[in-house]
Structure formats: C-alpha cells, structure tokens
Design a protein around this ligand. Sequence first.
Ligand SMILES: NC(=O)c1ccc[n+]([C@@H]2O[C@H](COP(=O)([O-])OP(=O)(O)OC[C@H]3O[C@@H](n4cnc5c(N)ncnc54)[C@H](O)[C@@H]3O)[C@@H](O)[C@H]2O)c1
Length: 403
Amino acid sequence: MNTTISAQEGKGNIQKDPKSPATMPVVIAVSREKTPGEQRVAMVPEVVQKLTKSGYEIRIEHDAGAAAFYPDNLYIVAGAKIASSPAELLDGARIVLRVQPPTVTDVDQLTVGTIVIGFMNPSTNLETVARMRDRKVTAFALELVPRISRAQSMDALSSQATAGGYVAAIMGADNCPKFLPMLTTAAGTIRPAKVLILGAGVAGLMAIATAKRLGALVEAYDVRRAAGEQVRSLGAKFLELEINAEGQGGYARELTPEEKVQEQQMVSAAVAQADIIITTAAIPGRKAPVLITRETVAMMRPGAVIIDMAAESGGNCEMTQAGKTIREHGVLIIGPQNLPSRVPFHTSQMYAKNLQSFLALLIDREGEVVREFTDEILVASLLVHAGEVRHGPTRDLLKEGKL
Ligand SMILES: NC(=O)c1ccc[n+]([C@@H]2O[C@H](COP(=O)([O-])OP(=O)(O)OC[C@H]3O[C@@H](n4cnc5c(N)ncnc54)[C@H](O)[C@@H]3O)[C@@H](O)[C@H]2O)c1
C-alpha cells in the first residue's frame, strides 16, 4: 500500500496567502461544541499556553470552555484569541480542533484544505464524511489512531473510556439502595455490595478500580483471557469461562453462536447475585453483544442496578434503552450516553493533551503542517483528504449508501 499522502493537496486558501508561511504561524481554531449534552472542549488553557509558546496562533470560539469550567479569560491569559463567531474563528484557520464530529453545516463553513481533528464516528456520520470529501476538507479521526505504544499519549478513546468507567461506577453506587463497603457499626454489620463488571477493557478496569476503592466486592469477566491478570491485579475476582476470544490488535472477536449461549449461561449466574452491574463489552465496528437477556433481568435481585455503558452501540442488556432509565422487575436499567462529558473538566484536559501529542506529529519543527502524511499514526487516522475517503470501511459504507 502506498502510504505517502501529500498534505499539500487541495490546500486552497492557504496557497493563496501572499505572505511567506515561515512568517505566518499556523492558526489552530477550537470550536464550541454544539452537540446537545456535550460539555467538553477540545483544548484547555494549560495546553494552549504550551502551543502558543511553540509559535502557533490559537483561536477559541467564545465560551467554548464554559461548560467544562474553563472561562474565556483563562484562554486569553494563556495566549489565545477569542473569536466571537464561527466565521471569525475559521478565517484563515489551518487546523480545527473539536470533540464531536462536525455536522454538514459545520463542514460548509470550512475552506478547501482545512484540517479537522476530533472524533468522527464515521459509520454513523456518512453524510458529513461525504461533504468533507466533496469540499476537499482533510479530517483525522481520533478513534482510528492505532493502539501502538508510540500512540498511547494520543489515544483519546482510552482517555475518555477511563473517565467513562469511573463515572459508571459512581453512578452505580449513587443508584444502589445499599452501602458499597462493609461496615461494622453499633447498629449491626453491613455486608459489602457485590459489583459485577462485564468487559474488562479500559473502561471496565477503571470501573473495577473505582468500585474497589468504594469498598465493594468486585467480580469481572471478559472474553479475552489476558484480561484476567489485569482484573486480579486490581484485587477483583476474574470469572473464568472456557472461551478465549482474543482477536486482532488486542480486541475481542465476535463469539460463535454456541459460545454466546455458553457465555450467557455463565453470566446469568453471576448477574443474579450482583447488586450493581456495569457492562462495557464492545466489538469495534459492530453492535454490542447481548450478555444480559430479558430472562436474566427477571432473575436479578430487586434494587439491583445495571449501568449499560454499551447503550449507544445497542446495549449489553437486551432491555437497555439508550439515554433512558427504566425499571423492570425492580431492577434499574440505565443506558447512559456520553459519560465522559459528565466530568468535563478532566476529560477536556486529557483530550487536549491527546491532541497536543497528535499535533506534534502533524506539525514539523519549522512550525509547518508536514508536507506528507507518512507517519503510520497519521496514515491510519486519516479519514478524508484531498477529495477522497481514505478509510476503507467508511468508503465501502458510502458506496453502499450511494453517497
Ligand atoms: N496503546 C495500547 O496498546 C492500548 C491502548 C488501549 C487499549 N488497548 C487494549 O485494547 C483492548 C480493548 O480495549 P477497549 O477498552 O478499547 O475495548 P472495547 O471498548 O472495544 O471493549 C471493551 C471490552 O469488552 C470486551 N468484550 C467484547 N466482547 C465481549 C463479550 N462478548 N463478553 C465479555 N467481554 C467482551 C473486550 O474484550 C474489551 O476488553 C484491550 O486489550 C486493551 O488493553 C491497548
């Protein structure tokens, strides 16, 4: 495969600039997130200060950090300029940083060759991808950053999943009618609550650590046997099953129909005993596997709580409704959306640091956008460039949808 991609193709208005690029700092714009419920911001003042020191011009859309408790004045102190409108923000901007994918309307405001970096959720945003292709905008999708050790500092999926696991455990505790720790009091001894975590990836491990710190008895299960060691190292019990579904790149593969039945039977027994269940099981690019059936919910203890972190990709519990909380057989089933946005101060900080590392690959020592996207991290995360969709699976989906 030819991985040499010219960064200069289709760069439009930037080429037209009469001044020498060496005297013009790269302008990096930070959009205010408009997606309902999104409280994060792509850049925080601490990182802005580092970027402005390196010679970039950072422009922040007015109130972009307000919901994450980063007011405009902190960005000004850090050296950024505040733009009062999207037009002012984007005028001459070479790079646009965002958390959520742009909408078609957002893309229409971008000039040819602008580079947009953020989560792109390409499979559910095909129209936007097509518009970026047609307007010759360049887009890097952070969810496509490969999980190699050199890319760890730019792994926004992991930084945000860590926050998601933490919030899910707190949410479980908050909705549980029991204490989590064991208590010995004059009014009697309280037994610790039982917490079960299904899926012990990044989010699951953080949920385990948080529930352990709150004093619960924690059990966890994952189809990847390698997860067992990490679960045990956090002081939780790992549920063993005769399945090892370690797939490519450390991710889980989809189970066979027989394995699915085996798994559901084993999981049901553990689920029936638990007070809080946090499910995080996911298979990249596919619907989440059903681990808790309707029948299993009927066997659960009244007052038990399910926090289904896979709600947005179909749910690990058959009864989950994304964005809703329902009660069935006395069991509370919560299908939260965008958990990282609930701790926006810290998730924005982590995300901004991920972007800082990513920008270090994209901009060379002279302060210019690299001429060719040859680095394997840039190649893998490049979604759209110079009028072409570079990510094969997204290209196939666009063809299927005749876009
Ligand atoms: N830079 C790196 O090297 C790096 C960074 C982050 C994650 N990782 C690895 O990537 C892997 C996946 O991490 P993730 O958190 O993004 O995963 P994910 O969000 O895709 O899935 C969450 C977890 O669900 C599990 N799962 C899938 N199907 C299941 C089923 N039917 N039953 C039970 N569990 C099921 C997966 O094995 C995974 O652990 C892990 O091995 C992690 O250590 C590596």
